[in-house]
Write a protein that binds this ligand. Structure first.
Ligand SMILES: Cc1cc2nc3c(=O)[nH]c(=O)nc-3n(C[C@H](O)[C@H](O)[C@H](O)COP(=O)(O)OP(=O)(O)OC[C@H]3O[C@@H](n4cnc5c(N)ncnc54)[C@H](O)[C@@H]3O)c2cc1C
Length: 474
């Protein structure tokens, strides 16, 4: 179907004002914040595939009408809401359609008795959180992209927030949802504290990256908001291995602080200069909840830290991090690294305790040898479990041969991280998802369960119109 026919078809169904084909609007909606695209963008290049148009439905019924039409005509469709993806997951196919839910942005109901809130997919997380705070509640969900991300995208990427050790990831707070399947059928998964009625169908959509349906509405669990009884503390410790070991003890002993972070010496130099000694790693802890619980958690963690070779840094490093933790979101459109000819980004993986230290060391050893233009490679652990933790690698490299080499060098860094992770039994994405740049490692990540993903796709989207290129290699 040609571009004009797609536009007219959608305009007839939803109204002319719901369909946009202004090239600048399409370009902006087609590119996310992955490091090399940021570099290209500042370099004035525009290499993103060109979608035919962007559709902005206002209701579930409009999403259903649009998808029925797109499916009947086998048109590639990319769902999006906040556009804060960092994995190329919202890049459309050439001639495809962007289905943008950002104008479906109302809070539908706050249910204080059942401790849940229902909102449409395009509701900005920051708006939702402020709304809850004003009423004495919190979502407990604080990704760094809080000022950018929307509800639908958070669920579709299996997002996680900075206070995850207490509140969990989005999978732990999602009570139920409404979605539209590729053929336009509207389905609802009802809200429940827990139930035993077969496989948990919420998980078809959590982390599905827009390839199994379009999430239109969600109900999430809420918690009491008690900022006044927070406990926080930081310690310096020599070496990541010692820091990881300390975190393991905190987790295994059963403490549930909200924030558990360990920054390596490379990051400490950049983030905690003047607040921590040189060449040391920094541990940050913060507990939330009733005052009696936060005091007990604080006491337990202090005892563990006191038994090891640590230096007590007091509360200032935690306060400093807490205050500035999302600032980067307000500078995404500034060429902070580009002006130095550098691509900088992050890449997160996870592993059981037995593998995580080895992955960190191997990546830090291999990358400088294989990439002479590397200027930094550091990392931190920020989401811990009784069984293991994540590492968020932070890296930067100089662009040697113009913008053409930026993507190739970017993928060199990612390849090393993926290889070292898989070798040690880790998982190649802790919360950003596959997007279109990690897809090639998905068969190895999933092993013999990978065909299940393809079977799900065949069942729910047989014409394969939804977000081609994420998660599935074909
Ligand atoms: C500075 C920065 C910091 C970040 N920090 C974090 C962090 O701490 N934790 C974290 O988890 N992530 C983080 N991210 C990544 C990103 O913010 C998350 O992946 C977020 O969940 C994406 O939400 P969004 O609304 O922006 O989704 P989008 O970017 O619009 O879309 C992301 C994916 O979800 C799909 N999708 C979007 N809406 C729908 C829908 N309604 N139905 C079906 N599929 C849909 C898209 O097709 C795409 O695959 C960060 C990103 C940036 C730029």
């Amino acid at each position: 179907m040609d571009k004009q026919a797609i536009i007219s078809g959608l305009q007839n169904l939803l109204g002319a004002d719901r369909v946009q084909d202004d090239p600048e609007i399409i370009r902006k909606a087609s590119v996310d914040y992955i490091g090399f695209r940021q570099y290209e963008r500042f370099d004035g290049k525009d290499w993103v595939p060109k979608a035919a148009c962007m559709v902005k439905p206002r209701s579930t019924e409009e999403v259903s009408k649009a998808l029925t039409f797109l499916n009947q005509n086998c048109i590639d469709t990319v769902p999006r809401t906040g556009g804060s993806s960092v994995t190329q997951s919202i890049e459309p196919e050439e001639g495809g359609v962007i289905l943008d839910g950002s104008e479906m942005n109302e809070i539908i109901a706050l249910n204080e008795q059942d401790m849940m809130i229902t909102a449409r997919c395009g509701t900005p997380l920051e708006y939702l959180e402020n709304y809850l705070n004003e009423r004495g509640y919190t979502s407990g969900h604080f990704p760094q992209s809080l000022p950018l991300a929307h509800l639908g995208g958070l669920i579709a990427t299996r997002s996680i927030g900075q206070l995850s050790t207490l509140y969990g990831g989005v999978e732990d707070i999602l009570a139920g949802l409404e979605a539209v399947l590729a053929d336009g059928e509207i389905i609802r998964i009802k809200n429940s504290p827990r139930r035993s009625v077969g496989p948990d169908l919420r998980h078809l959509f959590i982390g599905s990256e827009g390839m199994l349906g379009f999430i239109t509405e969600a109900t999430i669990k809420i918690f009491r908001h008690r900022p006044e009884s927070r406990w926080m503390r930081a310690w310096a410790i020599k070496g990541m291995s010692a820091g990881l070991d300390l975190i393991r003890e905190v987790m295994v002993e059963g403490y549930r602080p909200a924030v558990v972070r360990l920054h390596d010496a490379e990051e400490v130099q950049r983030m905690f200069s003047g607040l921590a000694p040189d060449d040391y790693c920094v541990l940050l802890f913060l507990a939330e909840g009733p005052a009696s619980i936060t005091a007990a958690i604080g006491q337990g963690i202090a005892e563990i830290a006191g038994r090891r070779e640590t230096a007590d840094l007091g509360t200032r490093p935690v306060e400093s991090w807490f205050k500035t933790r999302n600032d980067v979101c307000y500078h995404m459109d500034e060429p902070v690294y580009y002006k130095y000819g550098v691509v900088a980004d992050t890449c997160e993986i996870s592993a059981p305790w037995s593998g995580i230290g080895g992955i960190y060391e191997a990546v830090r050893e291999r990358l400088p040898k294989e990439m002479p233009n590397l200027v930094s490679i550091g990392g931190h652990s920020s989401h811990s479990y009784i069984q293991g933790t994540n590492i968020y690698f932070t890296f930067g490299f100089i662009v040697k041969n113009g913008v053409e080499s930026a993507r190739a060098d970017y993928m060199k860094v990612i390849t090393v991280i993926m290889e070292e992770t898989l070798k040690r039994g880790g998982s190649i994405a802790h919360h950003h998802g596959s997007g279109k740049y990690r897809t090639r490692w998905m068969p190895e990540e999933h092993g013999s369960s990978y065909p299940l993903l393809r079977k799900l796709k065949d069942a729910l989207d047989p014409n394969r119109i939804l977000n081609k290129g994420v998660l599935l290699t074909d």
